[in-house]
Design a protein around this ligand. Sequence first.
Ligand SMILES: N[C@@H](CCC(=O)N[C@@H](CS)C(=O)NCC(=O)O)C(=O)O
Length: 226
Amino acid sequence: MAPPKLTLYKCRYCPYAARAVLAMAETQQEHEAVEIDITVPRPDWYLKDINPYGQVPSLKIDDNHIILESLIVAEYIADLHPEVGLLPADPLQRAQARYLIHHWGARTQAAIHRATITLDPVEAAKLRQEVIVELEKVDVLLQNAVRSPSREHGPFFLGSKFTFADLAIAPLLARFFLVTAYQNDITYDEFEETLQENPKLKRFLEWRDAAEFIKGFYRKFLPKAE
Ligand SMILES: N[C@@H](CCC(=O)N[C@@H](CS)C(=O)NCC(=O)O)C(=O)O
């Protein structure tokens, strides 16, 4: 079967589109990338032919089919290249990767988002505390994923290899420093210090730092970058 012709509609500021960008990079999948400006109303052709919701990422396949939603797009790209092993072959590890992504989206990212967008400093401090409680739980999830002695421990979620769970969450980790961006009473470095001093975040920080190259890569596109 001929390899599919792929067109990725993305925006460089979007962490969800970054999942698809990373999947393309990790699998060295040939594709055309089209930058969509999400700061202005989407053009009619995009809403009509590509994505009626107007969001990025979207993937066009063979000038014909369209796939939406970052995780589904990234998983499709990973599935085109099973030899790269982004999605592990082992059913348990696949379930663990999906579980971590689900938990991060439903709980952790939601807590980070609440703390980031609050302008009231007292409320923000309380919500940052809730973020720490959530991250302590993520730390437990990361430890529990590799309980069996035969399993490799870190630095990535499933061991020494960067896989789909890391790929899906890394663009959000890369923007984690924005959690203090709208606050005048605390810098990110001060908040980071409280994370570093917390013994219940050791594994979380090891995992986060393993994604550091992604953080460096994306920071240049973000506010507070210089
Ligand atoms: N659930 C979607 C979320 C994508 C998303 O929120 N994209 C944002 C940019 S980061 C977007 O396109 N926003 C423009 C809009 O909603 O009009 C996914 O995972 O693909």
